[in-house]
Design a protein around this ligand. Structure first.
Ligand code: ADP
Ligand code: MG
Length: 217
């Protein structure tokens, strides 16, 4: 655990349709049962300004969005989120569970948009210094399955297809590859979850990973 803070930061990552949102409430329950006071939040978003920036990022507009502008907007939302939500909660001894964090910038912008991991690393260092999540659960699955779930979710009234969700399979393959590369680079804090099986089987993996990690803390 990071020695400068009392709580832990757990981030949940993966491509669209991997099941991040589906498992976050369960994660909250597990940690609460383990006696932790838990804050659940998400990126981009998590603050009033952050949610406004999320709206800008997800909405469609003619001409799209410059990739640097996209990355900087995400980090602007993250700056606000870190200062106003994440750091204060950790300092107060709360545990923070975040639906996506900086690893998503590596995967989506670094790998997906082809900006390069190093370019994201510069901003990570600039904003966060040595601050990193204590644990990252990476929900991994073939992109075709993820896209199938997104289409079904939209059909069932789960919101329109946003600016990221409309991307082609090749974009998602790069995002998935970026995430897997990060997991290889940081095996100490990444735990890979096979997100393709039915929800109950995925949940069992989440339980196992979190329980084992808590034991070693
Ligand atoms: N293991 C699973 N098997 C089948 N469907 C799933 C599974 N996990 C999630 N889903 C469904 O897929 C859709 C996307 O899941 P969601 O949790 O919103 O993913 P994410 O937040 O990673 O984009 C939802 O409709 C959800 O009910
Ligand atoms: Mg989600």
């Amino acid at each position: 655990m990071n020695q400068q803070r009392q709580g832990c930061l757990i981030t949940v990552e993966g491509i669209e349709g991997a099941g991040k949102s589906s498992h976050i409430e369960h994660l909250r329950e597990r940690l609460t049962e383990a006696g932790k006071s838990v804050v659940v939040t998400r990126e981009p978003g998590g603050t009033t300004l952050g949610e406004e920036i999320r709206g800008l990022l997800l909405s469609h507009r003619e001409g799209g969005m410059d990739a640097d502008a996209e990355l900087l907007l995400i980090f602007a939302a993250r700056a606000e989120h870190l200062e106003r939500v994440i750091r204060p909660a950790l300092a107060a001894g709360q545990w923070v569970v975040c639906d996506r964090f900086t690893e998503a910038s590596y995967a989506y912008q670094g790998a997906g948009r082809g900006m390069g991991m190093d370019r994201v690393g510069v901003l990570e260092e600039w904003l966060q210094g040595a601050f990193r999540p204590d644990l990252t659960l990476l929900f991994d699955l073939p992109v075709e399955i993820g896209m199938g779930r997104i289409a079904k979710r939209a059909d069932q009234g789960g919101g329109d297809i946003d600016r990221f969700e409309q991307e082609h399979l090749s974009f998602w393959e790069r995002v998935r590859g970026g995430y897997l590369e990060l997991a290889r680079r940081h095996p100490d804090r990444f735990r890979l979850i096979d997100a393709a099986p039915p929800i109950e089987a995925v949940r069992a993996q989440v339980d196992e990973a979190v329980t084992a990690w808590l034991k070693d803390l």
